[in-house]
Design a protein around this ligand. Sequence first.
Ligand code: FES
Length: 335
Amino acid sequence: MVGTSVVADAGSGVGAGRSTPRNAATLTVSAKEDIAEGVVSLTLAHPDGTRLPDWTPGSHIDLVLPDGTVRQYSLCGDRWDPRTYRIAVLREPAGRGGSAHVHDRLRPGDRVGVGGPRNHFPLAPSEKYLFIAGGIGITPILPMVRQAELLGVDWQLLYGGRTRSSMAFQSELTATYGDRIHVVPQDELGLLDLAAWLGTPRPGTTVYCCGPAPLLAAVETACAAWPPYALRTERFTAAAQTAPVRDTAFEVELRRTGRTVIVTPDVSVLEAVRRAGADVLSSCEQGTCGTCLTPVLEGQPDHRDSVLADHERVANDCMFPCVSRSCGDRLVLDL
Ligand code: FES
């Protein structure tokens, strides 16, 4: 069973928006490095060396590109270094230009807008961890590995990728952690043997997985018999959704604004509340980045995001209005 379904673009360049994120700062690209085939890392620092906001493993930042496009990337550097952030960006030939800009145009010394950090993929306490990464999905997992090591917790990493040369950080991981790391390049060893790793639930073990959608689907299937919340995932793209619970209009009260709007089936809650004057920031507008998180005061949201875990959904105390709707006639939001 999936315990957490969390989404941020972890380096794949998906999830673009055009709103400037809350608390955006201007940082300088202090270093740019080719770290694997098709993957560059960027080191970001404040222009005057100021300390950056703290972050925890699983966090991501919003990178605001010069044309105003916003992309989310997982932080994969040293969380104990207070003055730099590090991200890794996969070139996506079929993307909409964000990763190409980072790869081809961004240079050391350039300035970029950065929002966050935010964490929708936090490392929960566990007796043991099994980390599973596919391709660029290694980025949020990397700080988790370091944290688990620091805590002295038993852990292993299963890391799959197309080819060894395309797998960022695999050499340093293997050199540092030895046989805790299981590197599986597909052209040498085939796909990850999930049946062997996940076929039998392991009490006390939490599985953290980030990677492309087929890997996440396979891991979810393989973990079907595991205890609730034993599997935590982070996606690059929005999870498939069924039809909304209701196909008719509903009412949304903006309690602080003092207005009520009717949300018709053809508009999102985000769009409707913005028209009513609410200032809600957004980025991906696909229910994946978590930027538009809005507190719910009354009513039952029809959660259609890929961020909240199952147990967070049933609390009905927040929603992502870019994609989520209402199960009932009325929602009251803290806007
Ligand atoms: Fe990304 Fe709503 S804007 S989740």
